[in-house]
Design a protein around this ligand. Sequence first.
Ligand code: HEC
Length: 181
Amino acid sequence: MARALLLLLLAALPALAEGLGLGRELAPEEVQAYDVTPIVLPDGRGLPEGEGDYAAGFEVYAFECASCHGPNGEGAPFDRLVAAEPFSTELPPHRFAIGNYWPYATTLFDYIYRAMPFQEPHKLEPDEVYALVAFLLVENGIVPEDFVASRETLPKVRMPARKRLRLDPLTRKLYPWIELP
Ligand code: HEC
């Protein structure tokens, strides 16, 4: 009985919200602005065409990123991006970086493409983001300087912090078939 009532209430919520003058329907352009495709999964699905290397990434980084993340990714005023294993509380402004914390090179692409630069996300082209990922992976000592980031190469990069990523016990119990790439 209680469940039936709850369902009824949930079904009535949109109507209720409308009656109270809450919320509004989004215009297609507004939805579009949030709908960042591709969505890149850890195994690399969704990565777009394109490629970029350290030299190209160096330039984009200096122009688009250094003001917030430091000329060498050392952080300040915002997050540190470059630091090797292991974590160290000595590293200001905080100790998590790509080299000691980020588990997949593929999702680094996704994050930058989706969210950076902070003040104007979505302004970068896939080639620029590939170049940034190559630059950041080299700076973190994960790949050699001649590395070319692309849809083919990023899924093959083994990140130092991958070894620390585990499914939590409840997720493992509920979804025993899930395996992390
Ligand atoms: C205006 C400042 C600003 C600029 C410019 C900027 N970022 Fe950021 N960046 C931030 C902030 C703030 C965060 C933390 C966001 C959060 O935690 O939600 C962040 C987070 C990140 C992270 C995640 C760091 C972590 O600790 O997990 C990465 C990677 C990153 N930025 C890359 C870039 C790249 C690459 C560029 C250049 C294209 C860039 N950012 C430009 C402000 C900036």
